[in-house]
Each structure stands twice: as structure tokens, then as C-alpha cells.
Design a protein around this ligand. Structure first.
Ligand code: ADP
Ligand code: ZN
Length: 762
């Protein structure tokens, strides 16, 4: 974690050596294995002028001079005393993989998220680019220039003469195989000619063609309405100021935000610059992509299903400045656009913008840093901004633009709640997932030719398997998590580690035959819907049904075409979809996330209900939303029912402030885990003690909570303890955490992670 400079001397410096006045290039290198600080190496004469920051190198390390790989991060001229540094052994990349600006960004990320710089570098440069996927070394042949005049007069064997003639006719330098084919011979005569010096060869790296396909249709722009105009003007004002500014567009679902992004991008492209558009992976649907393709022709789409070869091809074209628009999920923020003009981050409240493995960066924060460094505007858009962004807009750090109306005078849907407590009291038989009222509304919507979306944020059939005789709950042996019954495969499955057992018919503990399956998952909901609405085509979308490549697209296409009338599923159906015929959205249980031990539980619930409600009323038929809940008076649900983001924020922010939670304080979460509960717990206690010492200064107004068992106290056989460190000043907090954790050595079987600005609190 320390960024201190270390130098490796082969020998101690002699006084007379320091008299040498000449200078020598020295490369600072971040190693991919071994110690995390930087090391300096001498650039040997053979590599002089070829080693650039952003290239990978092989360098000797330690007493045994073991060769390790690292990234060159700086080249400096130093007095020749530096001759005593070890020399670089090998240059891996002949062209830098990172521009100076991107290299600085990686250093910023390492510092901001308290992780190794090397780890960041490996994240930013995709594996396909590092491995040069889809490219290979090729030998290309040409006639040796000094023999160009003489060979026609030379006496050559017939085959060799044919080869020379074929080569002379080649417009581009051919490979040996190509040349042999053209001369209708084997490669033997080609080899002889190379040996004689008549043919010269050169080795180059060639990229397989993986180009970003240009789209065919090009749609004209829409005429913006007044709200959209205002939003675009705010963006253009910052564009023209040539300064960085973040603009938060708070626009209700269907207010036409995407059209604003498109026209802002148009402006940027007009000036020969490029735009990066970040969307949550889940909304990287053909529908989204098509909207950009049909306007801009060449759009690079970076999604997680790309092969290494495709990714490398896109990367090269983006880096060459050939692609004006890059659309992608989180990691597209690292797209190597040489002339960036604008960054758009849509659905900015989405937690998928945060990476949950090291480096645990948030694409929004990285986007701010990148946009500031490259002096371009950043547009954040959402119907339900994160409270972090909202607070920054309220305090003047962002420009705020409101788009409170839907386009074309369309109304926001009416949202009603259904009190499940009342419904369950009334009914005598075991209740299903769908209340009487919901059933009636579905019937009516279907009868009028509309489509229905049903959201239930739990997959599987039964979410709870318990023996009524002894109380035993079926849990994962390795995780602190109850198993979920999946009926299609008759298994009980751990949703964390995928451990599975055959679904039991009797209690595994006491043998009681009446073991009970309860709790509602999407599979059970689907079965219920098929019974309630026989003959109505219905489709379930959750991670179980959406495994195959393209299954997501196929499902959405079936729904769009109207073949499927009821779409039910987990949150993957809540986001970004735009189907004009959906006239009813039902939330089966709005409370699933409300009572999790997470200070953002209310915010998540508000987001989810508001977002899924936004899926209806997008066409001429209008639409309504019904929300089933056990807690209809909860402020998050009340605010979502009234489409009142401001009210939600106004109610929630004072609570955060009072409890000293983000956005009013910076937070770092540390998680310690290990197979032995006591060992892990003791190490966590030591860590907490160090943190308390580092943050003891009352000026910091910091607090350290824990260690305490994490809400998921055991996962994959490891006991987990968490510590939260909080302080109002994020920079001071990070500095103290770095200080407290540097040089801390954990027992062999204990691992720990640092999560800056954590979103996952479980
Ligand atoms: P949001 O991104 O805010 O959800 P969209 O940009 O997707 O909103 O707009 C919703 C729908 O309205 C889309 O089908 C879009 O084509 C259409 N639309 C957007 N702006 C206009 C406009 N100015 N005139 C007509 N239709 C528009
Ligand atoms: Zn498990």
C-alpha cells in the first residue's frame, strides 16, 4: 500500500562514482507479484528511448534476481550514479497500454480505494489486451531493396523465379505461406531465397479483424421539449466552458433523459471528440444499444459477454480514436478514448457501478476523477438519485437539472398499495402470492389487451425449509444462509455458494415426515400465475432462467412482440425496460429488502418500487401500479407511491445525519475472515484497536464500530467479522486507515479486505 520509493543497489555507492555528470534513464516499476511498493531500474542502452510509462517490463527482483513482471509508471533522467541500479531485463509491450492520463487515474484509484496500484493496472487493462488476444506475430516478406534491380537478371531455379515474380506482383507484403500459394509451390523455395538474401523478412504483430460494426439505419433527432431543452442547455454550457462540471439530471422515468444524452453526445462528436456512456450491465439491452447505434453508427458496446479477442479489437479501435461512442457497464469508464469529450452515467444510483472485488472502485467516483482530469463534463442521470449524489447537488457540488414530467404529456402511473395484513386476516385458506385485488387488476389489464409485469425479488420456489416438529431450518453447511427450494431440479440450494442437496421429504434431524416448505420465490409465483390465468402466456426472468447467452434478449423480444402477456421476475425486470403496452405493474412484496441490517434498506426499497413503477404508462394506454406490502405506511413506500423523490430524501437525510451515516460521513468497512472463529475474531480485534489508535485524535470526530460478526457471519466455511471506521473527512479517514493497516500481518489462514465507501453491508 505504501507508495514510497525504494531503490535496489547492486553494490554500495563509491564516492568517486558520484562525480560522473552524465544522465541515465531510470524506470519506476510497479510489480505484479511480490512487494507492493515501486522499484527503480536502469534502462539499458539497448532499450533506450523505447521504455515508456504504461509498458510492461520483466525485471530482476531480490537476491536471486528472480524475473517478475511489472508496469513502468515513470521514466526519469537521473545522474549516472543510478548506473548501479539493476537493469530492466525485457520490454514486453512495444507500445504503452495506458495514456499518461489513464496512468494517473489508476494511481488515483489505488490511493482512493486503498489497494495495490498493480491490482488497479490489471483491472484497467483488460486481459485480452494484455494477452494481445486475437493478434499474432506474423512474418511478412518483401524483396530485399539492394537486390531489387538485380534479381530479374539472375539465374534462378524455376520455382524460385516464380516466387520472385509473385512477390514482385504483391501489392502488400505477403506471409511465406501466402507467397508459396501464389507461386504454386511449397515454402522450400521461399526459404532458399530468404537464405540467399533476395527476400527480406520482417516480424510484425497483426490484429485479427474485430471491428465495431457500423449500423445501417440512422434516425433523426427528436424535437426536444422544454424540460429536455433546459437539461441540454445546462450540459452545453459546461461543454462550452471547457471545464469539468458534474450535472445531475433528476428526471422521472420516461422524461426523455436518454434523448438529452444523445443530443449532448452529438455535439461532442461534432467537435471530433468521443463520449463514454455507462449504464448498468442489466440495462445493456439491445433496446438501449440500438438507440445509440441508430444515431451514431459506430458504437463500441463493452459488455461482460465479449470474448477476449472482441474486447481487444474494440480497445484498439477506441484507442485509435476510430469509435465516437463507447457504451458499456462499469469498466467502460476505462475505455482508452484519446479525445474524451463527455461522460454519461445513467441510472447513477445503481449499486452495480461499484465493483465488489479489489479494486473496490465505484464507477461514478472514477468518472468524476477522470472527467475532472480531462476537463470534460460528467452527466449523472436517475429518476431516484443516490442520496450521496443528491446531497452533493443540494450543497452545490453538482449542477442539478429537474425533469419532473414525462414526455408527450404522458402521466406518471397511479400507484396504489395493497395491505397484505388485511388480506391475510380475511382469507381462511393459505394465502397465495397474489391478493384478490391484484388478481382482479391483472384480469382487467389482460382483458383490455394490456401486458403485466410482476416483480418479486426472490428466486427459487420456497425460500424457507423448516421442520414444524423440531424447528430445524435447512441451512448451508458452509454459509450462514437458509437453503432455497428449487422445484425444477428438486434441490435445496445455497444462493451464496451454490451448495445443493436433494430437497428432503423428511426432516434430516428428527425424521419427521411433514417438513414444511414456505416462503415465496419466483418459481412458486410462476406456478400460481399459471393456475390463476390458464392459457395466458407467461414468462419468468431470474438468474435461473436467464443463464444462456442471449436468453435475456430472447425473453425481452418475446415480451415486446406481445406473445408473452405476463412477465414476472426479480429486479432484472425492474430496470430501464420500455414497453408501451404494459398497463399494470404489480410488486408482489415490497418489503423483501426493507428489514435487512443495512442503513440503505429504505433507500433500496424506494428505488426498486419507483423504478419498477416506471415500467408502465409509457404508451398511449396509460398504466397503473399495485404494491403489495405488510408496511404500507412506511415512508419509503409512501414516497414511492406518490412519486415523491424530494419527500423521500427530505425524510431520509436527517436520519442519516443523526445516525452519522453516509453521505454525512465517509465510511471504510473492513472484513476479516478465516476458518477458525477465534483466530479471525482476535485478529479483527487487533485491527480495530489499531484503527482506534490511528483515529483517536478528537479533531477527526471519527468513530470505529466493531469488530462484530458480519450479518452473514459465515460464508463458504469462513467466519466473518466486520469493522466500520467513519469520519466526516474522507481523506483523513483514508490516511488513518492506511496508517493503521500498513505492515499489519495476519495469521496464515486469515484474510481481510478494505472497502472504501462500501455499498455491500452484509
Ligand atoms: P428516460 O431515459 O428518461 O426514461 P427516454 O429518453 O427513454 O426517457 O424517453 C422515453 C420515450 O419517449 C422514448 O420512447 C423516447 O423515444 C421518447 N421521447 C423522448 N424524447 C422525446 C421527444 N422530445 N419527443 C417525442 N418523443 C420523445
Ligand atoms: Zn453456502
Amino acid at each position: 500500500m505504501s507508495q514510497k520509493q525504494h531503490t535496489l543497489f547492486d553494490t554500495q555507492p563509491e564516492p568517486w562514482e558520484q562525480d560522473d555528470q552524465s544522465e541515465q534513464p531510470v524506470a519506476s516499476v510497479v510489480l505484479l507479484q511480490g512487494p507492493s511498493q515501486q522499484f527503480d531500474y536502469r534502462v539499458p542502452d539497448a532499450l533506450c528511448g523505447r521504455v515508456e510509462p504504461g509498458c510492461r517490463l520483466r525485471v530482476p527482483l531480490g537476491k536471486g534476481n528472480r524475473l517478475v513482471t511489472g508496469y513502468c509508471v515513470r521514466v526519469e533522467y537521473r545522474p549516472a550514479g543510478s548506473r548501479r541500479l539493476k537493469p530492466i531485463s525485457e520490454l514486453i509491450d512495444h507500445r504503452s497500454l495506458l495514456s499518461p492520463a489513464m496512468l494517473r487515474l489508476t494511481e488515483w484509484i489505488a490511493d482512493r480505494y486503498l489497494c495495490d496500484w498493480a491490482r488497479v493496472l490489471e483491472t484497467v487493462v483488460p486481459a485480452g489486451v494484455r494477452g494481445k488476444a486475437g493478434s499474432r506475430l506474423t512474418t511478412l516478406l518483401s524483396i530485399a531493396p539492394e537486390k531489387a534491380d538485380r534479381w530479374p537478371t539472375m539465374k534462378l531455379p524455376a520455382k524460385q523465379a516464380a516466387v520472385m515474380k509473385a512477390l514482385a506482383r504483391s501489392a502488400q507484403p505477403p506471409t511465406p505461406a501466402e507467397l508459396a500459394r501464389r507461386a504454386h509451390c511449397t515454402q522450400a523455395p521461399v526459404t532458399s531465397l530468404r537464405r540467399k538474401g533476395l527476400i527480406r523478412s520482417q516480424t510484425v504483430r497483426q490484429q485479427q479483424q474485430q471491428s465495431v460494426e457500423p449500423a445501417t439505419v440512422c434516425q433523426p433527432h427528436l424535437v426536444l421539449n422544454a424540460d429536455q431543452r433546459r437539461a441540454l442547455d445546462a450540459i452545453l454550457a459546461t461543454l462550452n466552458s471547457r471545464q469539468h462540471k458534474t450535472v445531475l439530471i433528476h428526471g422521472v422515468t420516461g422524461s426523455g433523459k436518454t434523448e438529452v444524452y444523445i443530443q449532448a453526445i452529438q455535439e461532442v462528436i461534432h467537435f471530433g471528440r468521443q463520449a463514454i456512456v455507462l449504464v448498468p450491465e442489466i440495462s445493456l439491452t439491445p433496446q438501449t444499444v440500438e438507440r445509440f447505434r441508430s444515431r451514431f453508427g459506430r458504437v463500441a458496446v463493452l459488455h461482460s459477454h465479449l470474448s477476449d479477442v472482441e474486447r481487444h479489437g474494440h480497445w484498439q479501435q477506441i484507442a485509435a480514436g476510430e469509435v465516437p461512442v463507447v457504451v458499456g457497464a462499469r469498466s467502460a469508464i476505462f475505455a482508452p478514448t484519446p479525445r474524451l469529450g463527455l461522460i454519461v452515467l445513467d441510472e447513477e444510483h445503481e449499486s452495480s457501478f461499484k465493483q465488489e472485488t479489489a479494486p473496490r472502485y465505484h464507477a461514478r467516483e472514477v468518472a468524476i476523477a477522470r472527467a475532472a482530469a480531462e476537463e470534460v463534463p460528467l452527466i449523472l442521470g436517475s429518476a431516484t438519485p443516490s442520496l450521496e449524489s443528491w446531497n452533493r447537488a443540494q450543497t452545490g457540488h453538482y449542477a442539478l437539472v429537474e425533469m419532473p414530467r414525462r414526455v408527450l404529456g404522458r402521466a406518471l402511473p397511479m400507484v396504489g398499495t395493497i395491505d397484505l395484513r388485511a388480506d391475510q386476516r380475511r382469507s381462511s385458506r393459505p394465502p397465495g402470492a397474489v391478493s384478490r385485488q391484484m388478481h382482479g387488476a391483472m384480469r382487467a389489464a389482460l382483458d383490455e389487451g394490456g401486458q403485466v409485469i410482476l416483480l418479486l425479488n426472490r428466486r427459487g420456489f420456497s425460500t424457507h425449509i423448516q421442520c414444524p416438529a423440531c424447528g430445524h431450518v435447512l441451512r448451508c453447511p458452509d454459509c450462514d444462509i437458509a437453503l432455497t427450494h428449487h422445484r425444477t431440479r428438486q434441490i435445496a440450494l445455497c444462493h451464496y455458494c451454490d451448495h445443493e442437496v436433494p430437497a428432503p421429504t423428511a426432516c434430516p434431524l428428527c425424521d419427521f415426515a411433514g417438513i414444511r416448505y414456505s416462503g415465496l420465490g419466483t418459481q412458486r409465483l410462476e406456478a400460481e400465475i399459471r393456475t390463476r390465468f390458464p392459457g395466458v402466456p407467461c414468462l419468468r426472468m431470474d438468474t435461473d432462467t436467464m443463464q444462456g447467452r442471449g436468453s435475456h434478449e430472447r425473453a425481452l423480444a418475446a415480451f415486446r412482440s406481445g406473445k408473452v402477456r405476463i412477465l414476472l421476475g426479480t429486479q432484472m425486470i425492474a430496470k430501464g425496460l420500455d414497453f408501451p403496452d404494459v398497463t399494470l405493474v404489480g410488486v408482489v412484496n415490497a418489503d423483501t429488502a426493507l428489514h435487512l441490517p443495512d442503513f440503505r434498506a429504505a433507500e433500496r426499497t424506494f428505488h426498486l418500487v419507483t423504478q419498477v413503477a416506471g415500467r408502465t404508462g409509457r404508451g398511449d394506454k396509460g398504466g397503473r401500479v399495485l404494491v403489495q406490502t405488510f408496511d404500507p405506511d412506511h415512508p419509503a413506500i409512501q414516497a414511492a407511491v406518490r412519486h415523491d423523490y424530494a419527500a423521500f430524501a427530505a425524510g431520509e437525510l436527517p436520519i442519516r445525519q443523526m445516525l452519522r451515516y453516509p453521505p454525512f460521513t465517509a465510511m471504510v468497512r473492513l472484513v476479516v475472515r478465516g476458518p477458525r472463529e477465534q483466530v479471525a475474531g482476535e485478529f479483527a480485534a487487533e485491527m480495530a484497536e489499531r484503527l482506534r489508535a490511528a483515529l483517536a485524535d478528537p479533531e477527526l470526530a471519527a468513530r470505529v464500530l466493531g469488530p462484530a460478526p458480519a450479518p452473514f457471519a459465515r460464508l463458504r466455511g469462513k467466519y466473518r467479522f466486520q469493522i466500520q471506521a467513519q469520519a466526516p473527512d474522507d481523506e483523513q479517514l483514508r490516511r488513518c486507515v492506511r496508517q493503521a493497516t500498513t505492515g499489519l500481518s495476519a495469521p496464515d489462514d486469515v484474510q481481510w479486505i478494505v472497502d472504501v465507501d462500501p455499498l455491500d453491508m452484509l
